[in-house]
Design a protein around this ligand. Structure first.
Ligand code: C2E
Ligand code: MG
Ligand code: MG
Length: 607
């Protein structure tokens, strides 16, 4: 049955169930009112009786043993059906109630006043009962109705608690969810509505405010935001305070995205101006169209939030929910979740090794360890996708630890077999601010009985620049161990020549974006020549990344570049293949016992 066709009784029951009153324990707040009713009428029995589908359940009772009676022929049921006061002076004389359960139990008198919600649903009755027939004065009836009013005030007060935000005074997320479900009661099939989520500040701004200001700052931001929104939207529109600095609003029926969006945008423009002068916060708004009958409150809330976060990057700070962006975000989120399991698994992660070649002699003098991930259901995930996600998460340190351990495990076996090559491991920005990182590198070397100079760590300039002072201190500690340091992807991201000069790095790796089209681009050639000269003048060895052709190699040799890495020599190789590549004579002696079973034995292009 479509929800819009719900009967009056179904709606009444819905209202009753939402209050979560049925079968709850007795409460003094209600018992006090019941006692007053019995005293006022000088009767032995009084009850707050709620009309369920097939029973009268007593939230509070005086002089009644059972906590419920059947609804059939119960006078309180009639009160609930009619929403009217009901007085039966003598049940024994009443044609309908003469054979009721109450009459059978010796009840003769009944008076009940309706318990009606502000929405007009009658939940049951505040009733008094006696064992003798009796008349009722108008004053008594007024008092009974007043007591029923007090019961309802108590019910609605209890219900409102936990549903209104104490700071903004607006209905909260619980109320939003409940009201959202109620939309279905009146909606036609396929009815579309719009939801907008207003975010008062970016997560960064909230964090900074929480760190730097008293907590009243956030309260003021929220109060002022709510006041502004109320004034903008006007009465008759419900707004919800759904999270610390987030408000939610639903469109009226009949609004379309085309008619609504310009109004949201205009309001956001005003909000930016006000925010700039008052709150030092950047508001953004996310709009999501939804189907009243098919979308649920929490998914609409999530989508609106996701759009509001996307809106932070848009020029007018308003964004409409995009399924593609959302899918991308969800994939990133689930990849991060799954990567945590991958670190624990024995067969999802492995290292491949890309040879580093001495340009003058053409010999392999080392290798860069590169991480590969075979996801159990999604298959191979490229590092370009998962590394940035991992590096921004709390897993960055554990990942480097895994790579370091695994790279040195291979290195130890190679050394044991007489292959003395340096292995480079990429480290993340998080490692540079990690307490005791240098000590853990030293411990890992010691565990594998390896000298410090068999290892090089690659760090990007951007990673260093995230927290330059701390990074510099960590790099100095690593350099002091005798471990090599390379600046990776040089020329991209945040470059600072003054930092390059201070870096304890031995090697600069020029990013492949400068190398790729070198043979055709003369400006690029000038740039790379300058990079090589500058780096060498500052005492660094230079490695060119992404060398794919003989012409580029010839240019680099001519420019004095010491080392090269790229598909011209080899793509990243499985560990065993790398050993064979770098020392073709005694390959069998160089095989390292595998930690993981790799599906590949040949060259591994980036996945
Ligand atoms: P990167 O450190 O600059 O590594 C070099 C990347 O260039 C590798 O990509 C390599 O396969 C690719 N490459 C090498 N030669 C050529 C070439 O001639 N042409 C082209 N087009 N590409 C070439 P990969 O393996 O996909 O790794 C991408 C990035 O992911 C790495 O860039 C590095 O930043 C990151 N990464 C990989 N493994 C790890 C790791 O274990 N830890 C961390 N923190 N980052 C890693
Ligand atoms: Mg690298
Ligand atoms: Mg690189």
């Amino acid at each position: 049955m479509p929800t819009s066709c719900l009967t009056v009784e179904a709606r009444r029951l819905d209202a009753l169930y939402k209050l979560n009153l049925l079968d709850t324990p007795a409460s003094e707040a209600f018992d006090r009112i019941t006692r007053m009713a019995a005293n006022l009428f000088k009767l032995p029995i009084a009850a707050i009786s709620l009309t369920d589908a097939d029973r009268q359940w007593f939230k509070s009772r005086v002089g009644v043993e059972h906590d419920s009676i059947p609804r059939m022929r119960a006078p309180c049921g009639q009160v609930a059906d009619s929403s009217d006061v009901l007085v039966i002076p003598d049940l024994a004389q009443d044609d309908y109630y003469r054979n009721s359960v109450l009459a059978e139990k010796g009840i003769r008198y009944y008076a009940g006043a309706p318990l009606t919600t502000t929405d007009g649903h009658c939940l049951g009755a505040m009733c008094v009962l006696g064992t003798e027939p009796r008349d009722t004065t108008p004053e008594e009836l007024t008092a009974l109705c007043d007591l029923a009013g007090m019961v309802m005030a108590q019910i609605e007060l209890q219900h409102a608690l936990g549903r209104v935000d104490a700071v903004s005074g607006l209905p909260n997320r619980h109320q939003f969810i409940e009201d959202f479900d109620d939309l279905q009661l009146d909606a036609g099939e396929g009815e579309q509505r719009l939801a907008v989520l207003l975010n008062l500040a970016t997560p960064d701004q909230l964090t900074h405010a929480a760190r730097a200001m008293k907590s009243t700052y956030l309260d003021e931001l929220v109060t002022e935001g709510a006041r502004w929104l109320r004034a903008e939207i006007g009465p008759g529109h419900r707004m919800y305070h759904v999270a610390t600095a987030q408000f939610m609003l639903l469109s009226s029926p009949g609004e379309t995205l085309a008619s609504w969006l310009p109004r949201v945008e205009a309001r956001m423009q005003k909000a930016q101006i006000i925010a700039r002068s008052h709150h030092m916060a950047t508001p953004s708004a996310g709009v999501v169209p939804f189907d009243v009958n098919h979308d649920d409150a929490l998914s609409v809330l999530r989508k609106a939030r996701s759009a509001a976060f996307d809106a932070m990057a848009s020029p007018n700070h308003v964004a409409v929910y995009s399924q593609e962006e959302d899918a991308l975000y969800q994939r990133r989120f689930s990849l991060l979740n799954d990567f945590s399991a991958a670190l624990q698994s024995r067969d999802q992660l492995r290292l491949v090794f890309q040879p580093r070649i001495d340009v003058a002699s053409g010999e392999c003098i080392g290798a860069e360890a590169l991480l590969r991930w075979i996801h159990p259901t999604l298959g191979a995930i490229g590092p370009a996708e998962f590394i940035p996600i991992v590096e921004r998460s709390g897993l960055a340190q554990a990942t480097t630890a895994w790579v370091l351990e695994e790279a040195l495990r291979h290195q130890q076996a190679w050394r044991h077999a007489g292959l003395a090559l340096q292995v480079s491991v990429n480290v993340s920005a998080a490692n540079l601010t990690e307490n005791g990182f240098a000590a853990s590198v030293a411990a890992c070397l010691a565990r594998h009985h390896l000298p410090a100079d068999c290892l090089e760590l690659e760090i990007t300039e951007s990673a260093i620049m995230e927290q330059p002072v701390k990074a510099h201190a960590t790099l100095a500690e690593i350099a002091a161990l005798g471990v090599g340091l390379a600046i990776d992807d040089f020329g991209t991201g945040y470059s600072s020549l003054s930092y390059l000069q201070k870096m304890p790095a031995d090697v600069v790796k020029i990013d492949q974006s400068f190398i790729r089209n070198l043979e055709r681009d003369t400006r690029q050639q000038a740039l790379v020549t300058a990079m090589i000269t500058l780096s060498q003048d500052l005492g660094h060895r230079v490695v060119a990344e992404g060398v794919e052709s003989d012409a580029v190699l010839a240019f680099l040799r001519h420019a004095g570049c010491e080392e090269a890495q790229g598909y011209l020599f080899a793509a990243p190789l499985e560990a065993a293949d790398f050993a064979a590549y770098s020392c073709p004579i005694s390959t069998s002696a160089l095989r390292v016992p595998k930690l993981t079973l790799s599906p590949r034995t040949t060259a591994v292009l980036p996945e």
